[in-house]
Structures are given as structure tokens and as C-alpha cells.
Design a binder for this molecule. Sequence first.
Ligand code: Z5A
Ligand code: MG
Length: 212
Amino acid sequence: TESSVKPRGALIVLEGLDRSGKSTQCAKLLSFLEGLGHPTELWRFPDRETSVGQMISAYLSNKSQLDDHTIHLLFSANRWEKRSLMEEKLKTGTTLIVDRYSYSGVAFSSAKGLDIDWCKAPEIGLLAPDSVLYLDISPERAAERGGYGDERYERVEFQKKVADFYQTLRDSSWKIINAGEAMEEVEKKIQEVALDKVRECTKGKPLSLLWS
Ligand code: Z5A
Ligand code: MG
């Protein structure tokens, strides 16, 4: 009926070190959920399409230099510029799979030496994920995978620090997925967790805000 509220979509975030397989698994999860008939979109941060995203992209490919605080705030601004659309999509029933989110923002900047609470502050008030799937892999194993080493931050020593800060940010809403397994194994585990969350949200799980 017209008065009935549409079930909302779930906000599902994939996090993990570089080359842990996030983008691969996000694409697989998108086809899985779409195949089941759930309206779903795949988003990623940084979103390099926006004007802020273009500044971030130039920085990541070493075409520009920025102060650590400045780039941190740009990454955050890049999420804020998508916040209202994100809320609208979720409330109108679309599930969003998001490739990196605020946790990447805080873990990477803290690993450079910025204060973690300072790093978290600009993320306060963004939508909190219904589920964070952490693709767990050692920096050494990740480094063995293709394409490693082309951009800023892709060094094993730095990735170890990032892993430590991810550990600090972890809470009970996170699911730790062994990302060292074969792609199909990882895929199955992610499907289970994601489907559970989609159903919970359909049943009325309320949206919440970071950091809660
Ligand atoms: N960053 C930040 O500082 N602050 C922020 O707020 C945000 C980000 C949001 C760019 O991100 C950088 O921005 C990133 C963090 C920082 N640091 N760096 N560099 P990005 O998301 O654009 O990064 P990317 O270039 O897409 O790489 P990635 O995300 O790190 O990779 P991935 O998505 O996790 O992995 P993948 O591309 O799916 O897979 C990597 C390779 O492994 C590929 O050849 C796959 O075929 C292979 N693979 C995948 N799964 C498996 C399994 N299970 N077995 C074997 N091989 C596999
Ligand atoms: Mg990726």
C-alpha cells in the first residue's frame, strides 16, 4: 500500500590492506545480490569522479603533493559529498556495497603519524555501515599479488602500520574474512554475511551514524 514504508537497503563496506581483494570481491558480491533480485549498487572511495576526487587521484599517483592533514580532509570531504545521495539510496531500498570507507581514511592517515582522534573527527556524522567485512591478509602475502607498488602507500612497512590501525578501529560489527583463501572461498563467506545484513535491514534495522 502507499502508506507502507519501503524496506531500506544495507550499507555494506569492504575494508582491508592494499591487494587484499576488495575490488574483486565487491564486483562478485554485486552480481550475487543483483542475481537474487536485490536492488544493489557498487560504490568506492575515493570516488575519483568528483572534483575533490580528482585532487585525490592526482595526489595518489604522485602528480601532486599535499600536506598529510590536507589530504586527510579531502578524503573525508569526498565521503561527505556523497552522504546525502547515500542516505537517499539506502532509504529507497538500494543496498550499497562500498569499496573502502572511513576506516581506510583513519587507518592510512594514522599510519602516517597523525593523531587517531583527529583523524576520526571529520568522519563523525557519516552513515555507519551495517556491516564491515575486513579482508584479512598479511602485507607480505598481499605484496605477492599483481599490480602492487604502483601508487603511494604500497610498501610493506607502511602496510604493516595500516594493519595495526585497522586492528584498533575494529569492533563487534566487523566480520574478519580470511582473504588468503581462494577467491571462491572468500566469495562464499562474504555472500553469507552480506545476505544476513540485507535481510536484517529489510526487517527494519535502523540506520546509525559514525562512530557508533
Ligand atoms: N585511502 C586513504 O588514504 N584514505 C581514504 O579515506 C581512502 C583511501 C578511502 C587508493 O585506494 C589508496 O587510497 C589506498 C588507500 C588510500 N592506498 N593505496 N595505495 P584504492 O581503493 O583506489 O586502491 P586500489 O588501487 O583499488 O587497490 P586495492 O584496493 O588496494 O586492491 P584490492 O581492491 O584490495 O584488491 P584487488 O584489486 O581486488 O586484487 C588485487 C590482486 O589480487 C588482483 O590481481 C586480483 O586478481 C588478486 N586477487 C584477489 N583476490 C585473490 C585471492 N583470493 N587469491 C589470489 N589472488 C587474488
Ligand atoms: Mg581496489
